[in-house]
Design a protein around this ligand. Sequence first.
Ligand code: PMP
Length: 424
Amino acid sequence: MDLQFDREHLWHPYTSTLNPLPCFPVTHAEGNRLYLETGETLIDGTASWWSAIHGYNHPVLNDVAKAQIDKMSHVMFGGITHAPAVELGKKLLSMSGFDHVFLADSGSVSVEVALKMALQYWHSRGQKRAKFLTLRHGYHGDTFAAMSVTDPDTSMHSLYKGFLPEHVFAESPETQFWDQWNPEDINSFKSQLAQHHQDIAAVILEPIVQGTGGMRIYHPEYLRQVRLLCDEYGILLILDEIATGFGRTGKLFGCDHAGIKADIMCVGKSLTGGYMTLSATMTTKHVADTVCGGEAGCFMHGPTFMGNPLACAVANASLGMVQEGHWQQDVARIEAKFAECLAPLAKYDLVADVRWLGAIGVVELTHPVDMVKIQQHFVDLGVWIRPFGKLVYMMPPYITPDSDIEKLCIAIQSAVENALVQKG
Ligand code: PMP
């Protein structure tokens, strides 16, 4: 592989062209293993950023993808429909309890779609509402509207100031998932809502786990209170289940921990089992009909690759496996293994906190990692874990055996013992 060309010309996520971090060449992947051109085999601790829940090179998903390619990879969705999209719509709506689904290209786009739905909803009702209420430490994607509701300190707000719309931020929940609920935790949200509710079109947040903004696992009561307050003020609730959806937290959706339902919900990432990009924004009949009953007479969005048949077919096969339900035992098993292997890491001075929920395991350090050193160390130990900042975290494929969860945790322990952090 021409790594020099890659280094000199290809932009990787959040990297510099001036001083790019090293990249490891993967030739193929199978189950929960990544194979490097340099000969190493790595245990995958990331499911490729929450997506490959059933593992790589899955025979069922491969067969479905190949069969669909032989029929058609893509056909436009304007004025045309096809069986893979219809089947996916049925599956998604029966799993989530919504009435309408908009198929979009990526997680960020599904968030844009959700925000646009909320804006059009109020427009149809003759009200100008252009603000969203969201949480500090949240993350909803890298496109502009998604960025604007992402944490203003840890993300890119200052860089794009003047261009990004400014929304309302409440403090993020402090009560952790396992702690006793502190009723004061909702106060910031409550007061922001009371102050701004006439301008607010919707609340948007990640249920139960705030991912990229800090891997914070919070109390379900917070979500229940948010739902009640949204109802009290008649404001729409958008739940971003892009990372948490399809079993990752131990429930089918993160919001199931709180027993609440959104007005609009986004899913993506693992929707195709990590095979290709596809996302969906789902909503109720009431929201959809209000959106379409307004001046525009329709919902104003329609990407070229909307409802891509190849992605829909693979998503159907992936959701079929989710519906079979083996993930429940697997995720519970992984959670138990995290409890056993991560808890002992809390004793290290460099470790600020360890936490886990479902198939998510987090070691928060006191210092940001030394990315180059820690990444190489993990590869040397035969694992693939991709930390950011002070967070070394895992969200492995659900099929990962216990022995591999152990090896992932041992690798993190070794990185901690070797103090692979930025000094100072
Ligand atoms: N929302 C959440 C909660 C996410 O974790 C992500 C991706 N990390 C996104 C939205 C954006 O998804 P995508 O990268 O597919 O645009």
